[in-house]
Design a protein around this ligand. Structure first.
Ligand code: HEC
Length: 129
């Protein structure tokens, strides 16, 4: 490589590093939830974290009893995504309605597979079976 080519190469590497800081999914999901997972990671994961777990992010993790269907319905979820809130900007311009539906489906699947229990805020050690 000439010096100039090396320079171009380094700049390209830096640009790629800068633009790829969006969190990537770490959990694989069944094929029917993959499109929701992709949309989630394109639009939401920057704030809500990889796999919606919200670790070290500015927005809450959504794999949490607080956001299960019983506490936070699909309609509320839809409204939150499309209209936003004081602290969350609306995401309407980044997603079509079917894409929002895919994201909600993906979040529900992730919540279910995490075995969350409704109505339990603090972690309870003794599980009665
Ligand atoms: C720019 C950052 C950002 C993006 C992008 C973002 N959110 Fe949020 N979201 C937030 C913040 C911050 C809050 C906390 C808002 C609050 O406490 O009022 C939040 C709250 C929420 C809540 C909980 C609302 C409540 O009342 O407790 C849900 C559900 C949610 N977001 C879903 C999503 C989904 C799904 C996406 C992608 C389509 C998304 N968010 C994209 C920042 C973001």
């Amino acid at each position: 490589m000439t010096q100039f080519q090396t320079y171009i190469f380094l700049v390209a590497v830096m640009l790629i590093a800068l633009t790829s800081c969006t969190p990537k999914p770490t959990i694989s999901v069944p094929a029917e939830f993959e499109s929701g997972q992709n949309h989630f990671h394109r639009v939401c994961a920057n704030c809500h974290g990889a796999d919606a777990l919200g670790k070290q992010t500015r927005a809450p993790g959504l794999i949490d009893p607080e956001y299960l269907f019983e506490n936070f319905s699909d309609e509320e979820m839809y409204k939150q995504i499309v209209e936003g809130s004081d602290k969350m900007p609306p995401q309407r311009n980044k997603l079509s309605d079917p894409e929002v539906a895919e994201i909600i489906k993906y979040i529900r699947y992730s919540q279910n597979s995490a075995n969350l229990i409704v109505g339990e805020d603090e972690s309870d050690d003794d599980e009665d079976e």
